[in-house]
Design a protein around this ligand. Structure first.
Ligand code: PMP
Length: 408
């Protein structure tokens, strides 16, 4: 199915914004939701809303089956060994914080190293920065190529016998580059370190296979992959999750509670204190069915082609700077146009119905590395067409003309 055919599943795309047909180019921030997902959530609330893992009554059993069924769908989607390795969280941010508080802060000591890059989203940066401060570990950065990409040589130079954790993006939400996770995992493991991967921008856009990548933790958010907000996934290898402490205590996650001691449920439930995000899990399950039916390889292929199509035309616009690798980019293009502030650029594009993101993209260290305060970003997903790109290019040309006249 091509993007034009897929669009009919996304009712939100069929609207006018500021008198123009909506061109949604902000899926890197959050994707739109197909009717399959909207209806699955609606059906849960209409027909079997109930708490999970508790009642023996019929609705409770249906809700539990749907919730645990979604976990199995996630397991299969990322080819994890076992559903015990799939923890539902609030999103990528919560998933990374669970590893930092439950694992890293417990094991790190002065002299140990946390290795990362300045490319990381704040969600995969600040938790480690703060963990380093509290534990006395060293916070180290892999040097980047001129275009912001990470080479294996640079990883090899940075990771040492003192490195305990490598935390890195799979696909950057600013540069659109893809890091060689499988090879980075091998380097980390040779040195006895573990690898956490921020998969927020990769799980929605390409096939990911935990057993093949061999990373130790992998995190992603449902809302960027056609699913609802409020739910995400922490994948972890069983032996590491066993060593990770729960970070939220309360109902649902306990085995036995006494006055001065308590014990926890087994994996994955020891991490899911309180009533979980049941409707979210149902919606995520429906999103995975939807994506799987289209095929992740097909999604990746189409998006890469669309990005190439957009890059070719954007490179023709004088004064437009594209950040990150010029080839082999995934799903998003980050740019600036002349000296126009990206917020002004995004505001003018919005007046033509074109939604792009402007700002620091939750990556302030990277903005500083790029020597800019902010950029604009057009991010694509399976429902974007070449016509969307053409509208963006026309919008950029009109913006350039407009600001050219203002400044001249
Ligand atoms: N990492 C990356 C690369 C992201 O793009 C995002 C979302 N912009 C996050 C982490 C954080 O995801 P969430 O806000 O869903 O927790």
């Amino acid at each position: 199915m091509n993007a034009k055919e897929l669009r009919r599943y996304f009712p939100i795309l069929d609207q006018q914004v500021n008198g123009h047909p909506l061109v949604y180019l902000d899926s890197g921030a959050t994707s739109q939701k197909p009717i399959q997902v909207i209806e699955a959530v609606d059906k849960y609330y209409r027909e079997y809303n109930s708490n999970v893992h508790r009642g023996v009554h019929t609705l409770g059993t249906k809700a539990t089956d749907a919730y645990e069924g979604a976990r199995e769908k996630v397991r299969s989607f990322i080819n994890a060994r076992d559903t015990a390795e799939i923890i539902f969280t609030r999103g990528t941010t919560t998933a990374i914080n669970t590893v930092v508080y439950g694992y890293a802060r417990q094991i790190l000591k002065p002299g140990d190293e946390i290795v990362t890059t300045v490319v990381e989203h704040h969600a995969n940066f600040i938790p480690w920065q703060q963990a380093a401060k509290v534990t006395g570990a060293t916070f180290k950065f892999i040097p980047l190529q001129e275009d912001g990409t990470v080479t294996l040589e640079a990883v090899k130079e940075t990771v040492t016998a003192n490195t305990k954790i490598v935390a890195i993006h799979h696909i950057s939400n600013v540069l659109g580059d893809t890091t060689p996770i499988k090879e980075i995992a091998a380097i980390a493991h040779q040195h006895g370190a573990i690898l956490l991967v921020d998969g927020a921008q990769s799980a929605p856009h390409k096939k990911v296979d935990m057993q093949d990548l061999d990373c130790d933790f992998y995190t992603f958010s449902a809302h960027k992959m056609c699913g609802p907000t409020g739910i995400g996934v922490l994948y972890g290898k069983r032996e590491l999750l066993e060593k990770t402490e729960p970070v939220e205590f309360g109902g649902e996650m306990i085995d036995y509670v006494d006055l001065y001691e308590s014990t926890w449920k087994e994996l994955p439930w020891k991490f899911e204190g309180g009533t979980p995000i049941i409707a979210g899990a149902v919606g995520l399950g429906a999103a995975i069915d939807f994506l799987t039916e289209i095929g992740m390889e097909e999604i990746e292929r189409n998006e890469k082609q669309l990005v190439r199509y957009a890059m070719e035309q954007m490179k023709e616009i004088e004064g437009l700077t594209i950040y990150g690798p010029q080839e082999n980019r995934s799903s998003l293009i980050t740019f600036n146009l002349d000296s126009v502030h990206p917020h002004d650029l995004a505001t003018v594009l919005d007046s033509y119905g074109i939604a792009v993101r402007a700002g620091h993209h939750c990556a302030q260290p990277l903005m500083r590395w790029l020597k800019v305060s902010a950029t604009a970003r057009a991010s694509f997903y399976l429902y974007n067409t070449e016509e969307d790109v053409d509208t963006l290019i026309a919008g950029l040309k009109k913006t350039k003309e407009y600001f050219g006249n203002v400044f001249s």
